[in-house]
Design a binder for this molecule. Structure first.
Ligand SMILES: [Zn+2]
Length: 591
């Protein structure tokens, strides 16, 4: 049974909780923590659908108040992978996660065959991580960032940072957090063009809705109806129910131009058309990867069916219903783009549509789109670098130089030396802040913990200068406890000696045990001199115990009429096999 288990942060993966347990436990070896948590050090805990949930929960302390259901629903991607699945299949996935092996799960739900999400992946958002230093004190792995197809943080709209696949494979038995030094050199920022980032953001929001149960799909039938109605709204379904294959092909071709090119999207680009045909035709038993459903939903712009109005408001121009299609005036679009030289985002803003829609409609109508004017001149980039070196926060830098936050991050990513300097400057500022907090209040535990981890040398110096701060108040009155324990030991000895029947052996272990404070006595004997002396006085040696048994046996035998005063009779009743030399005189005196 574990002594503690960290409570879950919002949207945290189970792997992340295990990693935090490992870090808090102070264990040096990850495998030792794994052994404590799941009873084996060779098991690989994955982010998506981890197994051994029953084993883990059986080891958690009762105070943690954690159930298998809680973990499966709040710390794994089970809800995402089973959202479009028949209930029977979903329950078999859940059962497999409770068991000892996850090897069959990925195969049974088609993750391996689809080549999407088959690998374990670890991604995080740098802004989320920075914020978590101040809110929770520890950056952690979010569930939504680990979803296949999520390359952008749905909260900060920034591309994520991914741990290289080879590094994950090499460290599969390690418990790593985003700020672990071991992985610092193996993190890659995902790079996307503007249009790809916009698409990736919409997909991330949709994926988040599916994961958090904000999108009710009503099973395989429900999602089939949803895709059909969205396709019908685009005029992709004929009156007789057949699909307009050429139109669908064209739409998907245009849409794929907006998709990211790398990572799992290379698979989606190849398979989206075939998959769309399958999903729009009769619903089948075969399980389709949730990411393909989500990409098709986004492609067909079926977001108007989403019950989550909050997300729809966050991206107000996202829905493109049949009604919205009618109001796109191609002549206005052509005039603004070709003759007025407006940018895509400018036109999209004026016409009340998304940039993607404007790009797709312009491409469909064969309108040439002028390139975006460059605002980031070399001089401005240098100025931004200077501001960053001062340690200003990203928002402040963006405001000061009248550029977007995304551009500031891009400048940082382009210049590795600048990024390093900026990080060092932020660290120095943070360190100064914590040092000041500690100097102001020595009892500030959060400041102490931060300094202990990040600024150990300085803290050690401080503790040397003010050693009195480290002395802890004594909580136990050892003298009183010592007297009470010594008295108790004498009483126990007297009781043991006065017990009827054959004498029992009175040794130190038995005396300690009968005080019911054996642990305290053993660990704090230096604080208990009287107790120690009492133990030495009351405990008897082997020959003394033998002597007591011989005396008892002799007294017992004397009461019997058939006693022949033989030594063997006394020794047999006393249970003595070999008479100790020091007791020989006593035995012969008695007989
Ligand atoms: Zn974020």
């Amino acid at each position: 049974m574990l002594r503690y288990f960290p409570a879950s942060f919002p949207d945290e993966t189970l792997y992340s909780r295990l990693c935090r347990y490992h870090r808090l436990s102070g264990q040096e070896v990850d495998r030792a923590s794994l052994h404590e948590l799941i009873g084996g050090h060779t098991h690989v805990v994955v982010s998506a659908l981890p197994s051994k949930l029953d084993t883990l929960v059986s080891r958690l302390p009762n105070e943690a108040n954690v159930s298998v259901d809680d973990i499966a629903s709040n710390n794994t991607l089970l809800a995402f992978y089973t959202a479009f699945m028949p209930a029977r299949r979903a329950s078999s996935v859940y059962a497999a996660m409770r068991g000892d092996s996850a090897s069959g799960i990925k195969m049974s739900i088609g993750l391996i065959a689809s080549r999407l999400g088959g690998h374990n992946q670890l991604r995080f958002c740098r802004i989320c991580a920075q914020e978590e230093y101040f809110t929770t004190g520890q950056p952690y792995w979010h569930r939504v960032h680990q979803l296949p197809g999520v390359l952008v943080c749905p909260v900060h709209k920034q591309t994520l940072c991914a741990l290289a696949a080879e590094t994950i494979e090499l460290n599969r038995h390690k418990l790593l957090l985003p700020d672990d030094k071991a992985i610092a050199g193996h993190l890659d920022d995902i790079h996307l063009s503007d249009i790809q980032q916009e698409t990736a953001l919409r997909l991330a929001l949709l994926s988040g809705d599916v994961l958090h149960g904000r999108m009710q799909t009503k099973g395989a039938e429900g999602i089939h109806r949803l895709h059909r109605s969205s396709a019908a709204a685009h005029g992709l379904i004929r009156a007789n129910g057949r699909i307009r294959i050429d139109d669908l092909d064209q739409l998907i071709g245009l849409y794929c131009n907006c998709l990211p090119v790398n990572i799992e999207f290379s698979v989606v680009r190849c398979r989206l058309f075939d998959c769309a045909l399958n999903l729009l035709r009769k619903p089948r038993e075969a399980i389709v990867h949730p990411m393909l459903h989500i990409v098709l939903m986004d492609c067909l712009r079926c977001v108007e069916d989403r019950p989550n109005l909050q997300c729809a408001e966050a991206v107000p121009d996202m829905p493109l219903t049949s009604r919205a299609r009618k109001i796109i005036d191609l002549s206005v679009l052509a005039e603004k783009l070709s003759f007025q030289g407006a940018t895509l985002s400018g036109v999209a803003g004026v016409m009340g549509i998304s940039v993607t829609t404007a790009a797709v409609e312009a491409a469909r109508a064969g309108i040439r789109v002028s390139k975006r004017p460059k605002h980031l001149t070399a001089e401005r980039v240098t100025d931004v670098g200077t501001s960053l070196r001062l340690g200003l926060c990203i928002e402040e830098v963006a405001q000061r130089h009248a550029i977007s936050i995304v551009s500031v991050y891009r400048i940082l990513r382009m210049d590795a030396a600048l990024a390093q300097e900026y990080e060092a400057k932020l660290f120095a500022l943070l360190r100064e802040q914590y040092r000041q907090r500690y100097m102001d209040s020595r009892s500030d535990k959060a400041a102490y913990a931060w300094l202990r981890r990040h600024d150990g040398l300085w803290l050690t110096e401080q503790l040397k200068t003010f050693p009195a701060m480290r002395t802890r108040k004594r909580c136990v009155d050892w003298r009183r406890r010592d007297t009470a324990l010594a008295r108790q030991i004498f009483e126990i000895e007297a009781q043991l000696r006065s017990m009827p029947g054959k004498p029992t052996y009175i040794n130190e272990t038995k005396l300690k045990r009968l005080t019911s404070m054996a642990d305290t006595i053993e660990h704090s004997l230096s604080n208990l001199p009287l107790t120690e002396a009492a133990l030495k006085t009351c405990a008897e040696s082997a020959q003394a115990h033998q002597r007591r048994r011989i005396m008892w046996a002799y007294c017992e035998l004397k009461k019997r009429p058939d006693f022949h005063h033989q030594l063997w009779e006394v020794l047999r009743l006393a249970g003595v096999r070999k008479l100790h030399p020091s007791n020989e005189a006593l035995a012969y005196t008695l007989l």
